[in-house]
Design a protein around this ligand. Structure first.
Ligand SMILES: [Cu+2]
Length: 202
């Protein structure tokens, strides 16, 4: 065993898959931040339509996009079912992922495939207050914090040492980069105003 360990140390091998690791995303005041997107950086694994265990859809329900933040695999079809009695006109002007779905009614759906990794800010032309976000990712190693601001990766590719963290209401312009040394828990602080959290926490 000792010999084996020495060999590992000598070659400096991170031979095994890594994790689990739990990221806890909070405001500077220590409040939980739900809906933060966490992405393990620099993975060569490819994402596919069934990489995630959630439905890749964004509903319109009660004049609200649900979920508020959706993680979608690059190139996969995201559906936009309308559950309201009223019609919606869903669109985005986000670079590389512009789209427009003209007025459509209750229990109809449309779908769009997104070709550019990054953020798609989604709005409705009729109801200005409706806003949602799709984060298009090119890796299966991505997830969203829960109501407690927590997100766990059960296993990660060997060599993973950085995470990207993003929330639509944070003041930072770009993803926050967090380095990781293999610890099982990682605290991340984002500058998100409590008012924004209250409004976006659905
Ligand atoms: Cu609408």
């Amino acid at each position: 065993m000792r010999i084996l360990l020495s060999i590992y140390l000598l070659i400096g091998l991170p031979a095994l898959a890594e994790g689990p690791v739990t990221l806890l995303v909070q405001t500077q005041a220590g409040e939980a931040i739900p809906n933060a997107v966490v992405i393990a950086k620099d993975s060569e694994a490819e994402v596919s339509a069934d990489s995630f265990d959630w439905d890749v859809l964004m509903e319109q329900s009660d004049k609200t996009f649900v979920p508020y933040v959706l993680i979608a695999p690059l190139g996969s079809e995201v559906s936009f079912p309308n559950r309201d009695r009223m019609r919606h006109h869903v669109y985005s002007f986000s670079k590389g992922n512009r789209f427009e779905i003209e007025l459509y009614g209750r229990d109809e759906t449309r779908s769009i495939a997104f070709d550019t990794p990054g953020v798609v800010a989604v709005g409705c032309n009729i109801h200005d207050e409706m806003i949602g976000y799709i984060r298009v990712v090119d890796t299966p190693y991505a997830g969203k914090t829960d109501g407690a601001g927590s997100m766990t990766f059960t296993d990660l590719p060997a060599g993973t040492n950085e995470f990207l963290v993003w929330h639509p209401d944070m003041s930072e312009r770009d993803d926050v980069v967090i380095s990781w040394n293999g610890a099982s828990e990682l605290k991340v602080t984002l500058d998100v105003a409590p008012a924004a959290l209250a409004a976006g926490n659905h």
